[in-house]
Design a protein around this ligand. Structure first.
Ligand code: PGA
Length: 252
């Protein structure tokens, strides 16, 4: 069986100022040598400082988005090179909030992913269905289309992570059944294997995201092809994120 290093990724979204970095100190103290990867994606204003803080720890940092161009006249945007320069190892791309708030299409996400990988970042590409699509039994078609459109051909098993995030589960406290999570994760695995071959397809980590909490993490991590989580609200406080990391460390 292919070994995949599990990944607990926290997405701080538009939350956090300098004083909030004390949470990172707590997290480093609680997890000096985790047996999974631990990643925090803070707002861009905190990235450099968080990367400096965590440089000698097991905690990695990432961005929440980048532009599809390497540099240029794009006021307010941030490039993949800038993220790397600020210490980021990863970048989240195509999060449903970016797709909804900024009209990002699969083509945009694919272009961003390509430039991020070319600049040495690992990409966490997000896919997920709306509640309407789920109720109309279109989930796998939607996910299949997003995977085909959002992932560039240049990915490897190491630089691509896919996050399955049902839009209706993000920030709502609702999660799909474990069967529904397993169905989508198995589908994503098979789709990646068909497109990129078994070697790459089996190496890519597939995260679940959407209302992951200390109370539900263990059961989610027991589902096949769930290699970790992309966590929003529960990643803001060490006291919430830490038990999720522990649940991932002890999952089989
Ligand atoms: P949530 O967000 O954990 O707050 O539901 C998850 C995400 O958007 O990545």
């Amino acid at each position: 069986m292919t070994h995949r290093t599990k990944l607990a990724a926290g997405n701080w979204k538009m939350n956090g100022v300098w004083s909030g970095l004390s949470e990172v100190t707590s997290l480093m103290q609680a997890h000096p040598a985790p047996v999974c990867e631990v990643l925090l994606c803070p707002p861009a204003t905190l990235l450099s400082r968080m990367s400096d803080m965590t440089v000698d720890s097991a905690i990695k940092t990432g961005g929440q988005d980048c532009h599809a161009d390497k540099s240029g006249a794009h006021t307010g945007d941030i490039s993949a090179t800038m993220l790397s320069d600020a210490g980021a190892e990863y970048v989240i791309l195509g999060h449903s909030e970016r797709r909804a708030d900024h009209g990002e299409s699969d083509d945009d996400v694919r272009a961003k992913s390509r430039v991020a990988i070319e600049n040495g970042l690992k990409v966490i590409v997000c896919v997920g269905e709306t509640l309407g699509e789920r109720e109309a039994a279109n989930t796998l078609d939607i996910i299949g289309g997003q995977l085909a459109g959002s992932i560039p051909d240049i990915v490897t098993g190491e630089n691509l992570v896919v996050a399955y995030e049902p839009i209706w589960a993000i920030g709502t406290g609702k999660i799909p059944t474990l069967g529904q999570i397993g169905e989508v994760h198995d589908f994503i695995r098979t789709t990646l294997e068909k497109r990129f071959g078994a070697g790459v397809g089996r190496s890519v980590r597939i995260l679940y995201g959407g209302s992951v909490k200390p109370g539900n993490a263990s059961e989610i991590f027991a589902v096949s092809n769930v290699d970790g989580a992309l966590v929003g609200g529960a990643a803001l406080k060490a006291e919430d994120f830490s038990p999720i990391i522990k649940a991932l460390e002890t999952s089989s």
